[in-house]
Structure formats: C-alpha cells, structure tokens
Design a protein around this ligand. Structure first.
Ligand code: GLA
Length: 468
C-alpha cells in the first residue's frame, strides 16, 4: 500500500516489491500514482501464492479509507462497518452450557448431565475463495488475519503471535486440516454473551460455532458429536487445555427444554426433559480461574494414578467409571488418602448421575435436587475444587425453600453455581441470593436465568453482493 500525495492509499500486488515501488515513485507504475506523486510505501504483506496476493489486493481495494488507514498503521481495531451484519451470508448461533450433575467424570469415562443454555456466541461470516481467515471479535474490538501457512506456528499474516482469543477459532481450522477435512478461507465477526472464564464453556461455544460454520461452507459430512470430538482435539492439542468432551458435546447437541444424558465412554446419549415449572438460575461469583491451570491437570493425574493401581487387581476396567462404590472400598489402603478421595468423588458422582436421570424421568425434582447438594459436598470435600465464595452461594441457595438443589458447576476453582428453582419464584430467589451474598461478602454477583436450548445451528441467506 502506497500513500499518495492526496492522502489516498494505493493498493497493488507484485512479485518484487522494491522494483515496483521504484516504478511508482518514478511515475512509471500507474496513472493514479503518477498523478498523485510523490508516493510512499506504508504497508505490505507477503503471501504464499500470487493468486492469494491478488485476492487480498481486491479485498483491500473494496475497503473504506478508514479501514485502509487502520491496516497501514498496524491498528488491528475493527473497522467502522463491523456491525454491518447485512453483508454476511451465514449466521451461526452456538450456546454455552451448564452442567447439572456429573462433574469431573467426563475424563473418567463416566456419565454427565449438561444443558445447552440460552447464552451463546453469535457469528456472521462470508466464505472467501482463498486460504485467508479474517476474524473480528466485536466484544474486544479486535481483528486477526491469518493463513493456513502461519496456523501451525500460531502467527498472524504479519508474523505476530496469534492473540489468545483467536486461538479458539484457529484451533478448529488446525484440527480440521489434521483430520484431512477441506477448509476454505472466510471473513467472520463474532460476539458472545457467555461470560468468559466462568465455567459456562465460553471457549467451547466459540469452537463449535466456527466448526459448524466450516462444516456448512465446506460441506463436511460429519454429525454434531463428531464436530464436538473435532473441537475437543482442537482445544487439547492446539489451545493446550486438557479438557474432556462434555462442553463441546453440549454446545453441539443441545435440545430445547432438556438436559443431555451422555455416557462419555460409549458416546451414547439421549435428552432428558426438564420439568416445565422450574428454571435454571446461574450465579457467577466473578472469581476467575483459567481451566488451563495446573489444578485441573493435577486432578486428572490423581484419577490416572488411582486407575493404574486398581487395574493391577481389576485388569478388565478401562476407566474409573467402571468401578462401583463397593469395589472402591477395598482399595482404601492401596491408595493415598488424597487419591482415594478423588476416586471416591468420581465413583459416587457416576452413581449420582444414573440415579438423577431416573428421578428426572419420574418428575421427582426434589430427589434430583438432593443429589445436586450431595454432588456439591463431594466436589467441596473430596475433589476439593470449590472455593469459599461458591460455598456461600450454594449454602444460601440451598437454604431457600424456592430452590430444589444448588451446586458448583464446571471445573471449579471459581466460576458459577447452578440452582434449580421454582419458575414463579425466580425473581424473589435472585433478589434473595444477591442481597444475601452481598451481606456476607460485600461483593456483587451476576445472576442469569437460563433455559435449555438447541445446540449450534447455522442459517444461510442470499445477499446482494453489491453491498460489499
Ligand atoms: C471443564 C472441562 C470439562 C469437564 C469439566 C468438569 O468444563 O472442559 O471437560 O471436565 O471441567 O466436569
């Protein structure tokens, strides 16, 4: 990009930048630069093929002066027309999730009971016929452009380190390439109202959203569960977070007004309808703790240790979920105290999920709520992933007669509680929880009323290309 004497930007492509700039500067480049000389080189990018460079030239030429100025000055804040949603052909909605029961069992082959919630990532996009990915986050007002070539090294097209927020969409493209799926470039913008780092799967919602977009534009023949497995690989191997499958599964497979019973060993699942007269209340303690932290991996390691020892005596077991509480008792002396506590949480939690599903099927929400309380005690005392703020919220909720059960949800070490509350009394309950927590801690919480919704979906509409 050359800046001309009239302040306009001239964009072109070449295989030899210094020769071409000299031509423009000496009046032999083009009529426009000749008429508006002197010209100065203000920005350049290198691309793998001439064809990609030409496409990029065309797309820059279509930009407004302000957009070009942002590029020329290395300002990666999004352009003024970001919110021009009408220019995008694809819309994707990808939900966050809350887990009702079955915590820290998905990496032990156990059953889980998450719900896709009506807080979600919204994503708008156009397919591009090249290998460039241009992604903007409306919430952070930032943009990144990267190519397939720079993906492996986690660099953008300028050679700068990929920003953290962009690792999630990038991870999906990376995992797709690894799995020999065709990928195509795209131009996308997204926004999310899933609170970040609060244990409601804000990352999985982004991954599943971008994966569903690529599935649509590249015609991948894979179902929602395969999509979730792809995104789990992306998060494990590219982002570097060692999560299980529950989050991505729930974002992909959500069902209206139902929890999802998933056996994480067989990946068999079915929806379990939630009673109509209750609502999910999610209380965010606002205490943040990244999942990538060592504590999550330490818990996984304890589970692996327990499995290794028990396998010496029970060689047919594949995972901790294959053990029942009576069998576990016999290992009291073979495992360290901490390892035993971790294994006991997992084994009991698997039983709780199986029982809870039966209660839900029979409409017995009171017994379901009791299991949620027991689940929390186990996370607090045996798995030791709760924190004082969360315990206060759970205790307050469990003291209310409008609440059937409340517990920590997600990995823990901060984040949110989930409570099942009588729908009619939900506003009173929220007031009670907020003021009770404030009295005890002098701090505010965020509270969300949530419904179970469908998993990710993509909408397509024909647009008038001239709007570009
Ligand atoms: C995080 C992980 C999940 C699961 C939960 C704990 O959300 O991403 O895979 O392990 O923690 O149940």
């Amino acid at each position: 990009m050359l800046q001309c004497s009239n302040h306009a930007y001239y964009t072109g492509w070449t295989t030899d930048i210094s020769r071409r700039v000299k031509q423009h500067q000496s009046g032999r480049g083009s009529n426009y630069t000749k008429m508006n000389s002197p010209v100065e080189l203000v920005y350049w990018e290198t691309h793998k093929t001439n064809q990609i460079a030409r496409k990029r030239e065309i797309s820059i030429k279509k930009m407004t002066h302000q957009m070009k100025k942002n590029i020329a000055h290395g300002n990666n804040h999004v352009e003024d027309d970001t919110k021009n949603f009408a220019k995008y052909e694809y819309f994707v909605s990808s939900p966050g999730r809350v887990n009702l029961l079955g915590e820290h069992v998905d990496y032990n082959g156990g059953p889980v009971l998450p719900v896709a919630i009506d807080r979600s990532v919204s994503l708008w996009a156009n397919k591009q016929d090249d290998e460039l990915f241009s992604i903007k986050t409306i919430d952070l007002n930032l943009e990144v452009i990267f190519s397939l070539e720079s993906l492996e090294r986690k660099l953008d097209i300028h050679g700068a380190r990929m920003p953290d927020w962009a690792l999630y969409p990038a991870s999906v493209i990376w995992a797709a390439v690894k799995n020999q799926l065709t990928v195509s470039g795209f131009d996308a913008i997204f926004s999310s109202n899933v609170p970040i780092g609060a244990g409601l799967s804000s990352s999985a919602a982004v991954e599943i959203g971008f994966a569903a977009l690529l599935r649509e534009i590249c015609n991948w023949q894979i179902d929602d569960t395969q999509l979730a497995l792809l995104c789990q690989t992306a998060e494990n191997d590219y982002v570097g977070v060692n999560c299980g499958i529950m989050d991505q599964f729930a974002c992909a497979n959500g069902v209206d007004n139902a929890a999802l019973y998933l056996n994480t060993s067989s990946m068999k699942w079915y929806p379990v309808p939630l009673p109509e007269d209750v609502i999910l209340i999610i209380a965010d303690s606002k205490v943040k703790r990244a999942l990538a932290s060592s504590a999550y991996n330490e818990r996984r390691e304890s589970c692996n240790q327990a499995l290794k020892i028990m396998r010496q005596y029970l060689p047919t077991i594949n995972c901790l979920a294959d053990i029942n509480p009576d069998q576990l008792k016999n290992f009291g002396k073979s495992l360290s105290e901490v390892t035993y506590k971790r294994a006991k949480h997992v084994v009991d939690e698997c039983q709780r999920v199986e029982q809870a599903v039966e209660f839900l099927k029979n409409g017995d929400i009171v017994s379901f709520g009791r299991l949620m309380r027991e689940g929390h005690e186990s996370l607090r005392d045996l798995y030791e992933v709760s924190i004082p703020e969360i315990d206060i919220l759970v205790d307050l909720a469990n003291q209310s007669q409008d609440c059937f059960g409340s517990r920590l949800t997600g990995a823990g070490f901060g984040g949110c509680t989930v409570s099942i509350v009588t729908k009619e009394k939900s506003d009173e309950f929220i007031q009670y929880l907020k003021s009770g927590y404030f009295k005890l801690t002098d701090k505010d919480i965020n509270v969300y009323k949530c419904k179970a919704r469908t998993g990710v979906f993509v909408e397509w509409r024909k647009i008038n290309q001239s709007q570009n």
